[in-house]
Design a protein around this ligand. Sequence first.
Ligand SMILES: Nc1nc2c(c(=O)[nH]1)N[C@H]1C(S)=C(S)[C@@H](COP(=O)(O)OP(=O)(O)OC[C@H]3O[C@@H](n4cnc5c(N)ncnc54)[C@H](O)[C@@H]3O)O[C@H]1N2
Ligand code: MOO
Length: 636
Amino acid sequence: MSFSYLNNIELDKALQLYIEEIEKSCVFWGSEEIFVKDSFGRITSEAVYALISSPHYNACAMDGIALKASSTYGATDTTPVHLIEEADFKRVDTGDPLPNEFDSVVMIEDVIELGNGSIKLVNASSPWQNVRQIGEDVCANEMIVPSNTLIEPYIVGAFLAGGVLKVKVRKKPLVGLIPTGDEIINPKSDPGPGEIIEFNSSIFSGMLENWGAIPRVYDIIPDKLESISQAIKSAASECNIIIVNAGSSAGREDFTAKAVESVGKLLVHGIAIRPGKPTILGIVNGKPVIGVPGYPVSGIIVMDQILKKVLEIYRGISYPSNETVNAVLSKKVVSSLKYKEFVRMKTGFVDGKMVATPLNRGAGVITSMVKADGIMEIPLNQEGIESGKEVKIRLLKDHEEIKNTIMVVGSHDPLIDVITDIMRKRDYGMYLSSAHVGSIGGIMAIKKGEAHAAGIHLLDEETGEYNISYLKRYFPNEKVNLIKGVKRIQGLMTAPGNPKHINGIVDLKKDGISFVNRQKGAGTRILLDFLLKQKGIEKEDIEGYDREEYTHMSIAALVAAKNADVGLGIYSAAKIYGLDFIPVCQEEYDFIIPERFMEMKHVKTFLDILKSHEFKRILTEMEGYRIENAGRVYTL
Ligand SMILES: Nc1nc2c(c(=O)[nH]1)N[C@H]1C(S)=C(S)[C@@H](COP(=O)(O)OP(=O)(O)OC[C@H]3O[C@@H](n4cnc5c(N)ncnc54)[C@H](O)[C@@H]3O)O[C@H]1N2
Ligand code: MOO
């Protein structure tokens, strides 16, 4: 068998090799009989036949009278037929058995009552009219569904209608999950330095349940070859498939591949995909054992690309594939020639076209999966994709949801999260997606038609005015409105108690004070540069001027973690982190929205929320904001 250590085998080849080996040497588990009422979502292991007909008697399909069709022949307006109750007809309701002596039902609306049990009909009836005959739905011994059918809710109904109470289904595979790593700990809210919260098993368990498997999570195994080998062996005696998480790369304490080899057969170590390259494929005791990389996004990709395919062998049918859409790439994406890459993408629907922007590509950034609307695959041997190219995105969300999403880009403020939450709470059927690219980045995105709205706070150094001059400068020929947002306080954030005694911008150049800055194009960065110029301070004199973060919250988080002494940002972020705050100035944070979007449903909702009492109430509680004319539209 071709096996090599940390090779770089193509995904399709690895899968083919692995599946062939599984089909050759793995133990398959059979079927089980379960109650039909519990069978939703399972897969039939043999054809299911009706035991009885449905209906199992001739049933009246309408409220009315049962009669012999022949007794009504010739009935017309001019030659009505008169009939006598009991002798010629019986009164019946929907679902009643049709009396044996009759063969037809006339709806009560068509019956003309004459009193004393006598009636008149002016239309002839035909045999079996308004009667659900025996077996109309299904006949006894007729096949309801064949083998390998996914049991949908209506199939459960058809089984029961056909008198079937138990059904043979494929057993759900039991998948053992073994988390490994000395540094991995069970989830808690106050992990110590170097401790890593174990959450991959919970992600994988959820995925497995979605795919119709049963997850079994084992205790965390330390980085010891013996312990991991033992854990695999014992899981392989209990489960149908085994996932060993982490320890998959080539580090000093990465033992998974060796462990698989020591108790079974190692087929592949290293696949040409990214994330997910150190993946391990093996077989132990007739059970597939997959070494899934520790980084959560790598793990998710490997689960999706490999484990799901392995489950399909056991399931007998493939899983429905996600919808794929064409989108225009908003930003160049570089890729390695050596790997097939899976890039998480944010998508949006603007000006009748889908645009897609790559998200953070770090394999450890689980929230990038939370934000992702889809995955873009870049094939092997491709260096990347240029901005503006049409690409294919496999959607992780509903297409309609993306179409009903207002795209808000630009400068970041926690108030955008407040709007998003109000939007969801009220359930307008609308969504908000935000990307933090700084004020100038927001203006650019609006110019390129990649967003509906942008949050900006840009100071005009000459006039001291906010935002308006930028709008005029960047959109000389396009009608773009300024929507009033909030006034907010910008200031220096320091650790509680201000241990380094920072009292203002001039202190940033003091020795022993480390600063953390915002990215170029961020309004806060422009504000800082303005303040530095005002005070005659050189950028080079500030330690950490080049260290860039993208949001107020990440600045606050770094200061709170004592990773930097000071950063410039808004009061609400400092308050959330319990930091000291030295106010520097008040600024205006507004939104810009092109005129052509103003009548869109989600844009209107966005403006309504800005004007709402709830928005004002929440921001007042957060502190650091002044709300005067939020939501007012200024047409320039
Ligand atoms: N010198 C090299 N280092 C690394 C390479 C390489 O080729 N050469 N590959 C990198 C790549 S790519 C990946 S992916 C990771 C794979 O890491 P391992 O599978 O060996 O996993 P660990 O090192 O044990 O853990 C890495 C990381 O994953 C997170 N983790 C692990 N388990 C869990 C869990 N149960 N729940 C949540 N998060 C988990 C954690 O952040 C670990 O630090 O290796 C690179 N290194
Ligand atoms: O393969 Mo790693 O999974 O690239 O991050």
